[in-house]
Design a protein around this ligand. Structure first.
Ligand code: NAD
Length: 366
């Protein structure tokens, strides 16, 4: 996708050709386009992640700012407008969200809805000509992921997935170790991402239709981690899914374990859960090992290597860094760090794990 956007497309997409125009003295017909310093972001879905992490993160960003909201809960609107100075004209609901197409103050729509709703509203955003940031997991199915990628390509907008770990410095260090074979070729990865908690009646994380379950919610960190740590794509997978609290998780998995086979005999084991807390990425290589513990917390991601290197926690706000990187990618018209294709690859593996579990843990070719 790197050079697909022309400079003209960029100004069209950011809506800044006219909005940021100035006239050259003495030449009133010449319009000099001015790039926006900060892209306007509209958050779609004002739940706990949007309100607790993304909106505060957008107060720290250099290349983007919170300009709009899309919500189905009218009672939330006054609080958000007051706290973040959001103009009346930048407040939408799910029925009129497509009208964002006519709003030059909004350049990016950021989908922070239950997973089962990502595809529908992300596609509305892309078709409105806005760049799309979509939370993980990208969508429920590979077909939906592909439909979203197609919509973004058709509208010539950028599509990036909210895998914040790929923007995190210690994670980037271990990705580099893998690519550069700093400790020799990677042989085996073990990754766990899960929490010990519960979801009350009606919570979307326990609903199959809305894309709930531990594998979609947390397991994708382990899948994505195995892929970025090996810098390879798996060729086969098998998995096992179950629930111990059937009264809570009758429709979706409470626990999932999976194994991945990569080329050259490389393997990965992953686990995820709503009933057991795990947060690690361990990499065994030919000449040593390295690990991240925790591997996916909002702060405090630390690393350690077999030769005694310590990777201390980065103090910066992860989500602010992620959104600034993605905004800069749009401003500079460069390939996003986590494009839609990366999200789709994980969902292909998720679907195969679910299929394998149904078939009693059979290996599924990818
Ligand atoms: P949440 O339940 O706190 O918020 C969901 C929001 O969607 C709510 O505002 C709710 O009102 C709204 N909504 C609209 N239609 C709905 C419907 N039909 N059913 C239920 N809610 C509906 O969830 P969250 O924790 O904010 O998660 C939202 C998304 O963000 C998910 O995709 C999740 O995977 C992702 N997320 C990512 C991270 C991360 O670290 N990248 C962390 C948390 C959540």
């Amino acid at each position: 996708m790197s050079n697909r956007y022309s400079r003209k497309d960029f100004f069209k997409k950011t809506g800044s050709l006219i909005a940021g125009a100035s006239l050259v003295a003495g030449f009133p017909n010449i319009i000099i386009p001015r790039k926006k310093d900060k892209l306007g972001v509209a958050l779609v879905g004002l739940g706990s992640y949007a309100s607790g992490l993304l909106a505060p993160g957008l107060q720290m960003t250099q290349h983007c700012e919170l300009k709009g909201i899309v919500t189905g809960s009218p009672h939330k609107i006054p609080r958000w407008q007051e706290r973040y100075g959001i103009a009346d004209g930048n407040v939408y609901n799910y029925q009129n969200m497509h009208e964002v197409a006519n709003n030059d103050e909004i350049d990016v729509i950021y989908i922070v809805l239950p997973t089962g709703l990502h595809a529908k509203y992300a596609i509305i955003g892309a078709e409105a000509g806005k760049h799309v940031w979509c939370e993980k997991p990208m969508t429920k199915t590979v077909d939906d992921c592909q439909a979203l990628i197609n919509a973004a390509n058709k509208s010539k907008v950028q599509l990036t997935i909210g895998y914040r770990m790929q923007h995190e410095p210690n994670t980037q260090t271990i990705i580099k170790y893998g690519k550069e074979k700093t400790y020799g070729a990677v042989k085996e990865v073990k990754a766990g991402a899960g929490y010990s908690g519960g979801h009350g009646p009606g919570n979307w994380r326990a609903s199959a239709e809305l894309g709930g379950g531990a594998l979609y919610d947390m397991g994708v960190y382990a899948i994505n981690g195995a892929r970025y740590a090996t810098n390879m794509e798996p060729i086969a997978v098998r998995g096992k899914q179950w629930s111990e609290r059937e009264e809570m998780y009758s429709e979706v998995d409470e626990f999932t374990e999976f194994e991945l086979r990569f080329p050259e005999g490389v393997t990965a084991f992953g686990e995820t859960s709503f009933g057991k807390s795990t947060n690690y990425l361990d990499v065994d290589a030919e000449e040593g090992w390295y690990k991240l513990r925790p591997m996916q917390s909002y702060s405090g991601v630390r690393g350690e290597t077999s030769d005694g290197i310590k990777l201390p926690a980065d103090p910066n706000h992860q989500q602010a860094r992620q959104m600034d990187n993605d905004a800069l990618g749009i401003k500079e018209n460069s390939k996003p760090l986590v494009p839609g294709e990366d999200g789709l690859r994980d969902i292909r593996i998720v679907e195969a794990i679910m299929e394998s579990s149904k078939r009693g843990g059979e290996w599924i070719d990818l």
